[in-house]
Design a protein around this ligand. Structure first.
Ligand code: CU
Length: 276
């Protein structure tokens, strides 16, 4: 999270702030995250239970489930975070508190849903079509202006593709998949042009898109959050997820930031290939 905050600070795009009012339902033991059941946040999101990061774990010192609070949500180029958390009261956490959205996120060992997608050639495709292969999946959009976000994922996948192409033990047994969370703009034709620019080998690396609701649900399950800045959106505020899926279609590992290296991902791909 700190990495995101620093990157965000370096970016020229101004941050947006919203006031949140709600009840804490859970504080992460390491104080990096807090789950709140909050009221409507006009202009940002409806009332819901959701987990938020804080930039400094000290912000959560002394807070516990049940605390009624106000806080400021800061939305920069990455995951929103909370600051200026103030206690306004305390009440028992209602029994029927819905599970926070974070709980809908796939966990290691879970089978990844095989939703209908379309690849860069316009062909219908689903993750299950690649059963028997290890998948490395990342989430991007082609217009991303942040060099250390989607463009970095593209560069890293290009490096992983080279490693796969060089290694007979990985060739034909690994598929790289870049999922666009901007399906309105990233049509198969746009993805194909983008793939060609990157030197993507269609035998190894696929770019996929799909119906907006299908893609939104899929990206959400991986913990990808996207916020459109305007309508029609050119810039999408988003976080990153890069996952390795084993040959049986189960989630193995997920990177939640941009600090992974191509070498490390290749090691994870090898380990996943050898799983039974
Ligand atoms: Cu991006």
């Amino acid at each position: 999270m700190l990495v995101f905050a620093i990157l965000a600070a370096a970016c020229s795009s101004p941050d947006r702030r919203y006031t949140l009012r709600g009840q804490i339902t859970e504080v992460a033991p390491d104080h990096t995250q807090v789950t709140l059941k909050h009221d409507d946040i006009p202009g940002f999101m409806p009332a819901m239970t959701m987990a938020y990061f804080v930039t400094d774990p000290k912000e959560l010192e002394g807070f516990a489930a049940g605390d009624l609070v106000t806080a400021t949500i800061v939305v920069k180029v990455s995951t929103p975070y909370l600051t200026a958390i103030k206690r306004t009261g305390h009440a028992p956490v209602p029994e029927e508190t819905p599970k926070p959205h974070a709980m809908d996120i796939l966990q290691p060992g879970d089978t990844v849903p095989s939703v209908a997608m379309t690849d860069q050639s316009g062909k219908a495709i689903a993750f299950s079509d690649w059963r028997g292969q290890v998948l490395a999946v990342t989430f991007v959009y082609t217009r991303c202006p942040m060099p250390d976000f989607c463009p970095l994922m593209d560069r890293n996948f290009a490096a992983v593709q080279s490693a796969i192409a060089r290694d007979p033990a990985l060739r034909d047994r690994v598929r790289l998949v870049s999922v666009s969370f901007d399906p309105e703009h990233d049509t198969p034709a746009v993805l194909r042009a983008h793939a060609e620019t990157l030197g993507a080998d269609p035998r190894i690396w696929s770019f996929v898109t799909g119906a907006p609701d299908v893609i939104a649900s899929l990206t959400g399950k991986f913990g990808v959050s996207t916020i459109r800045e305007s309508d029609p959106a050119k810039t999408i505020t988003h976080n990153l997820r890069t996952a390795v899926i084993d040959p049986a279609g189960r989630l193995v590992t997920v990177h939640t930031q941009n600090d992974w290296t191509p070498d490390a991902l290749v090691q994870e791909i090898r380990a996943a290939r050898d799983r039974r």
